[in-house]
Design a protein around this ligand. Structure first.
Ligand SMILES: [Zn+2]
Length: 173
């Protein structure tokens, strides 16, 4: 899997800092890539997606048509990186099991796919960063140093399946 998304973000951010808008404080740029989606069905794929957006009518319990239409949204995904055209995952990689290792609390959490592991690790690291930034500077030294990294699951497939089913990611932080 390539690293184009993060590399591109870093490149663009550096470019912004080098050519800042008037009065901008160059060191203060905070950027992220938005509008990309992760599949949670086991197929790893985090390339940008398009959203199929639509609506349909709904029948009420009494058989009449409801006045308001119900909105539907479903993301659809490409299979290749839009920057370098590398296939996002190979079939061999799809067979592997993934987890997120959280240094600090020292926990290992099974993820349902590589994409989910990438997503959750990034989310945990971002939450930690936000937590540090919202803590007064003189108290930051007491915060645990949390870092989430994506690792291959080394124990059995059965243990992975049980753990991945029972995970509550909101407990991870
Ligand atoms: Zn790429």
């Amino acid at each position: 899997m390539c690293n184009c998304m993060q590399d591109t973000l870093a490149y663009v951010t550096e470019h912004m800092k080098g050519n800042p808008p008037e009065n901008a404080i160059a060191e203060s740029f905070d950027t992220e890539i938005m509008h990309y989606y992760f599949r949670m069905d086991g197929s790893s794929n985090a390339v940008p997606a398009m959203i199929v957006s639509g609506s349909h009518k709904v029948k009420k319990v009494n058989g009449e048509e409801a006045k308001n239409r119900k909105k539907i949204e479903m993301p659809i995904f490409g299979r290749f990186c839009p920057f370098c055209a590398e296939a996002y995952t190979t079939p061999a990689e799809e067979q592997k099991l993934w987890a997120v290792e959280i240094h600090g609390p020292g926990s290992l959490v099974a993820a349902s796919s590589r994409a989910e592991a990438d997503f959750r690790a990034a989310e945990i690291n971002q939450l930690h960063k936000d937590h540090i930034e919202s803590t007064p500077e003189d108290k930051r030294q007491h915060l645990p140093n949390v870092e989430a990294v994506v690792v291959e699951w080394e124990s059995s497939r059965e243990e992975h399946a049980i753990q991945a089913l029972n995970n509550d990611w909101s407990d991870c932080f």
